[in-house]
Ligand binder design. Structure first.
Ligand SMILES: *[C@@H]1O[C@H](CO)[C@@H](O)[C@H](O)[C@H]1NC(C)=O
Ligand SMILES: *[C@@H]1O[C@H](CO)[C@@H](O)[C@H](O)[C@H]1NC(C)=O
Ligand SMILES: *[C@@H]1O[C@H](CO)[C@@H](O)[C@H](O)[C@H]1NC(C)=O
Ligand SMILES: *[C@@H]1O[C@H](CO)[C@@H](O)[C@H](O)[C@H]1NC(C)=O
Length: 184
C-alpha cells in the first residue's frame, strides 16, 4: 500500500514537472501575465494579458514586438489611458501570426487604421472596447480596409465605442463572420 502511494506521488511529481517544462519556454513581457490553454491545436498555447498605460499615445512605451509569436493564441490588452487618446496604427502585432483572439479593454482609441490588423492571419475574435469619455466621447474611426485584413474573423465586438459611421465595405470578404456588436 505504502509503495503504491509512493509510486503515485512520484508519478504526480513527474507530471507536474513536465507541465512546468512547457511553461519555461515562454517569455512574457514584464507587464503581462499568461495562462496556458488546454486542448488546443497548438500545444502549449498561451493566453497573454497585459496591463499598459496606453497604446499609440504620445507617452506610449508599449512595444508589442516583445511578445513572442510562438504559442501566443490570445492577447488581452488592458489600458489605463482613459483621458489620453491613442490609436492602433501600423501595428507591431503583425508578427503574432498564431493569434486567434485579440481584445483591447479601456484603450481610448481614436482610430483603427487600415494596417492596424495586418498580419493577424488567424484572428477569429476581435474586441475593442474604448470605454472612455463618459461625458465627452470622441469618435472612433474605422479605416476603410482595416477589417479586411483579418479574413478569418468570426466574432467582432466594437460595442460602446462611439462609432458614428462604418466604412461602406467594412466587412467585405469576411465570409466567416458569425456575430458582430458594432454599437451598443
Ligand atoms: C521594440 O523592441 C524591438 C526589439 O527589442 C526593437 O527592435 C524596436 O526598435 C522597439 N520598437 C520601439 C518602437 O521601441
Ligand atoms: C503603414 O504601412 C503602410 C504599408 O504597410 C505604409 O504605406 C504606411 O506609410 C504606414 N504608415 C505609417 C504611419 O507608418
Ligand atoms: C471567440 O468568441 C466566441 C464567442 O464569444 C467563443 O465561443 C470562442 O471560444 C472564442 N474563440 C477564441 C479563439 O477565443
Ligand atoms: C469635448 O472635447 C473637445 C475636444 O476634445 C473640447 O474641445 C470640448 O471643450 C469638450 N467639451 C466638454 C463639454 O468637455
Amino acid at each position: 500500500m505504502m509503495d503504491q502511494l509512493k509510486f503515485i506521488i512520484l508519478f504526480l511529481t513527474l507530471l507536474v514537472h513536465s507541465k512546468h517544462g512547457y511553461a519555461m519556454n515562454y517569455a512574457a513581457p514584464t507587464d503581462c501575465q499568461w495562462t496556458t490553454l488546454k486542448n488546443h491545436q497548438i500545444e502549449p498555447s498561451v493566453l497573454l494579458t497585459c496591463h499598459v498605460s496606453g497604446v499609440g499615445t504620445q507617452m506610449d512605451s508599449t512595444n508589442f514586438s516583445l511578445i513572442q509569436s510562438l504559442h501566443t493564441v490570445g492577447l488581452t490588452i488592458i489600458c489605463d489611458d482613459r483621458y489620453v487618446e491613442g490609436r492602433l496604427t501600423n501595428s507591431s502585432l503583425a508578427h503574432l501570426n498564431h493569434l486567434q483572439s485579440l481584445k483591447f479593454e479601456r484603450c481610448s482609441f481614436s482610430e483603427l487604421a487600415d494596417d492596424a490588423l495586418h498580419g493577424l492571419v488567424e484572428l477569429k475574435n476581435l474586441t475593442v472596447h474604448t470605454g472612455k469619455y463618459e461625458e465627452n466621447r470622441s469618435v472612433f474611426n474605422i479605416g476603410p480596409t482595416s477589417l479586411m485584413k483579418v479574413r478569418e474573423l468570426e466574432y467582432l465586438d466594437l460595442a460602446g465605442n462611439n462609432i458614428i459611421s462604418l466604412p461602406e465595405y467594412a466587412f467585405c470578404g469576411l465570409i466567416n463572420l458569425k456575430a458582430t456588436k458594432p454599437q451598443s
